[in-house]
Design a protein around this ligand. Structure first.
Ligand SMILES: *Cc1c(COP(=O)(O)O)cnc(C)c1O
Length: 453
């Protein structure tokens, strides 16, 4: 018999603040540096790109940052999101482990990304910005920002990685439905895009190139600012509503996780779930094992270097200290587009260095296999990115079975896969390759890291 165990929070329990882990770090972060001078950035350096409220959050060390009421009002459309105990998956795996998952696919765009998109759109609108420029890979971020901006009356210009623009037309249509304009990057509308096209007219694009284009547009237009969907401190901050809700829901379940798991592209959904739990441990409370799961084809944390690097290909973004494969690294194609980025959030990277976060890398076939097992047991089809977290959660449950351990596992199901069913089709047809990154290309890319003394 099938069993559904769901923990719902009343709307009154929607978090009133975001949790800032910078307040609890045993060692402070290395500062971001100016791309031209190599000197630490001041707030004025970022002012062309971001509204002041977000710049303040980027450098804040205050533990609790209040969520403005208009943001909570939009969150109420789908938050608090449900937490489930995966009883049917536990049975299918015949494991003594208890598996819980927080489901972020209930948002309008189907992933966790609106948690920050709504906040970013709000602060920009509040400071009189008229238009936002951004990049998107598979389209999850672009559609989330388009949704959020429609609420606050902002125009949105999205540079979408060209290969995805053609492969994933439905997310582009979703962006257009919310009123955004979407271009296939590299374009000839920016110096950055033209420079890439000159070098390689058939460039399939990359997130790094699309970021260059979007940043250039914001830097050269007074009424336009830039929005990033992951990596930055303020983005991770906004995602902590996930973990705070999950803490309350785990309490309802009468359990505390031994291990907390999230897939990691730029690190935001992982951080959103894990940081409130890690913070508890950093303040002397209960410790969890936090596992960040990256794709083996783009193994930023497990194979990259911890170093200062650019966020984009054209050297327009600040230099940040992070795990990186090098900003010139071109990951091989694979289906979890949202995980295909050369860098990792500086906060997540820092916590990996401190031993508070354990990175693991998994291939896409075993991830899709886990996604299918999950869908058949629990009913929800995970996004290709999320299947990486499902894989790690299932591996934990199987390890617990082996050891006869009643382990409590919590993972973030960051989104649903309804707009990625072609990836599942490829998986069923045996068309997915588990490609490894090219070690020589990685070595070359690491040589191109900027030298910081
Ligand atoms: C974008 C995306 C990710 C990866 O981004 P993070 O910043 O690492 O969370 C993961 N899952 C889904 C569903 C996404 O849309």
């Amino acid at each position: 018999m099938s069993e559904t165990v769901k923990y719902l929070l009343d709307e009154s329990r929607l978090p009133k603040f975001w949790y800032n882990i910078a307040a609890d770090l045993p060692k402070p972060m290395d500062p971001p540096l100016h791309p031209g001078t190599g000197q630490p950035l001041g707030p004025d350096d970022l002012a062309p790109l971001f509204p002041m409220a977000l710049i303040a959050q980027e450098v804040s060390t205050e533990r609790e940052i209040e969520i403005p009421d208009p943001v909570r009002e939009v969150y109420r459309l789908w938050r608090p999101s449900p937490l489930y105990r995966a009883r049917n998956l536990e049975k299918a795996l015949d494991t003594p482990a208890h598996i819980y998952y927080k489901y972020e696919g209930v948002s309008p765009s189907g992933s966790h990304k609106p948690n920050t998109a709504v906040a970013q759109a709000f602060y920009n609108a509040q400071e009189g910005v008229k238009k936002l420029s951004t990049e998107t890979g598979a389209g999850q971020w672009g559609s989330s920002l388009a949704f959020a901006s429609a609420h606050f009356g902002l125009e949105v210009l999205v540079y979408m990685v060209k290969v995805s623009y053609h492969q994933k037309p439905y997310r582009r249509v979703l962006m257009e439905t919310y009123g955004a304009k979407c271009l296939a990057s590299p374009t000839d509308t920016t110096n950055a895009g033209r420079a890439v096209l000159e070098r390689d007219p058939d460039s399939p694009g990359s997130l790094g190139i699309a970021i260059s284009e979007a940043v250039e547009v914001a830097a050269t237009h007074d009424d336009t600012k830039y929005a990033l969907g992951s990596v930055l401190n303020h983005v991770l901050l906004h995602q902590t509503v996930i973990g705070q809700e999950a803490m309350a829901q785990m309490e309802m379940a009468g359990e505390y996780p031994d291990v907390v798991i999230g897939c990691a592209g730029g690190g935001s959904n992982f951080a959103g779930l894990a940081f409130p739990f890690i913070g508890e441990g950093l303040r002397g409370g209960r410790k969890v094992r936090a596992v960040a799961v990256e794709p083996a084809a783009c193994p930023t944390m497990t194979r990259g270097r911890y170093a200062y690097d650019f966020g984009d290909t054209e050297h327009l973004t600040p230099l940040v200290k992070m795990h990186t494969l090098g900003h010139t690294f071109m990951p091989p194609g694979f289906h979890a587009g949202g995980l295909r980025y050369h860098g990792m959030a500086p906060l997540v990277s820092h916590l990996v260095e401190l031993g508070e976060v354990t990175p693991v890398a998994v291939h896409q076939n075993p991830s899709f296999e886990a996604g299918v097992t999950f869908a058949r047991a629990e009913g929800i089809v995970p996004a290709p990115e999320s299947t990486h977290a499902v894989r790690a959660a299932i591996d934990e449950a199987l390890d617990a079975r082996e050891k006869g351990e009643a382990r409590v596992i919590l993972f973030n199901l960051s989104g649903h896969g309804f707009l990625d069913l072609s990836a599942y089709e490829d998986y069923f047809a045996g068309r997915l390759e588990d490609r490894d990154y090219d070690p020589e290309a990685l070595e070359e890319a690491l040589k191109a890291l900027p030298e910081i003394s």
